[in-house]
Ligand binder design. Structure first.
Ligand code: ADP
Ligand code: MG
Length: 348
């Protein structure tokens, strides 16, 4: 049988790690990305550079692959839908459309009777003046946000005067949760009631960017079970195929909230590469390519540290690693502030 050819839209570190996992399974990867320097081309079999609405380039890509997936959610729905007419796109384009829009995503979660933060859609600045109840809060763009981009903390209504926000973009205002902890649950769904679930991961952020992840998460059994249950319910309801991540908040009164869903592999799951028999990346590739599901086994507790901006430099200069430490360099051309450049996983 000839090798399966997996198309991956997006060429960042997640695309790299998906390509590495695919290679291990003898699956070929073709990356499509709008960044000519996309780091994932260092790890994939082929690379096509093109915009996400370039019909000709996209046709070329679709013609080369058997099945298509993606490593980030901000892809136009029309593009995924068009691709899905000739080759299967997984997760389904409609799932991505729902999740890439913060308002639709939160409405969906609430309909399942799962708690989210309190939120309201904002179309005009003047609306916020009547929404004191939601302050202190965070104003977020409804689309295209990641790593805290497109987010504005609002303590008092007056804060808006100094922010200079373009409200034509579409925003939600979210009430700030008094955070005790943040966790995430990663699940790979293969089909009806067929899953592999990773145990909850405890995450800490600096400047709204993930800095550390670790397992086990120091949470009660109730929170453990509720987070795993909600992630399972969400993936089943979406009829999801592949790896999905649910980010959660835990407040100071031990209430659990869904923060957001990522319809893809997730930064907090990098530690699954070294801490489990099958990583979130391999499981994603297995699910979207229709390969066998392997029972998941945890091999070790672990901690992952993101290297942001210049933090990568000492590691590039051959900093000695311990026996149970693993360094991953994303091979991004340019070091930039707030840019995720690599990570370290330590088995504990
Ligand atoms: P992104 O898409 O950038 O990941 P998130 O909504 O996950 O956006 O926000 C990033 C981080 O900002 C969260 O992980 C959390 O630390 C903080 N944050 C966001 N919204 C809230 C909130 N309503 N209450 C408390 N902290 C929040
Ligand atoms: Mg987030």
């Amino acid at each position: 049988m000839s090798k399966i050819k997996l198309g991956i839209i997006g060429g960042g570190q997640l695309g790299s790690m998906l390509s590495i996992a695919a290679k291990k399974l003898d699956i070929q990867t073709i990356i499509y990305c709008d960044d000519v320097n996309a780091p994932a081309q260092n790890f994939s079999d082929e690379f096509i550079f093109g915009e996400y609405d370039d019909k000709n380039k996209i046709q070329e890509f679709v013609g080369k692959v058997d099945v298509i997936t993606y490593e980030f959610e901000n892809i136009p729905y029309e593009t995924l839908n068009e691709m899905n007419k000739s080759k299967t796109v997984l997760p389904k384009p409609s799932v991505n459309r729902l999740i890439q829009h913060r308002l639709a995503e939160k409405d969906f979660v609430n309909k399942l009777n799962i708690r989210t933060t309190r939120y309201v859609e904002i179309e005009k600045k003047s609306e916020i003046e009547t929404l004191g109840d939601f302050l202190p809060g965070i104003l977020k763009t409804t689309t295209m946000g990641y790593d805290g981009k497109g987010q504005y903390p609002v303590k008092r209504i007056d804060d808006l005067d100094t922010l200079n926000i373009d409200f034509s973009k579409g925003f939600i205002l979210e009430k700030l949760v008094k955070l005790k902890k943040e966790i995430s649950v990663i699940i790979t769904r293969f089909g009806n009631y067929s899953y592999e679930i990773y145990e909850p991961i405890e995450n800490s952020h600096e400047n709204q960017i993930l800095k550390h992840s670790k397992i086990p998460a120091a949470v009660s059994k109730k929170i453990f079970d509720q987070s795993v249950g909600w992630a399972t319910q969400i993936s089943e309801e979406l009829k999801y195929i592949g790896t999905l991540c649910v980010e959660f908040f835990i407040d100071r009164n031990e209430n659990l909230y869904v923060n957001e869903i990522a319809p893809r592999v997730h930064n907090s799951g990098h530690l699954t590469i070294n801490a489990y028999n099958v990583s979130q990346f391999e499981n994603h590739v297995r699910a979207v390519c229709g390969l066998k599901k392997i029972p998941l086994k945890k091999l070790s507790n672990a901690k992952m540290i993101n290297l942001i901006g210049k933090q990568i430099e000492p590691y590039r200069k051959n900093l000695k690693l311990g026996k149970n430490e693993f360094f991953f360099d994303y091979l991004k051309k340019e070091i930039k502030d707030k840019r995720k450049m690599g990570h370290i996983t330590k088995l504990l």
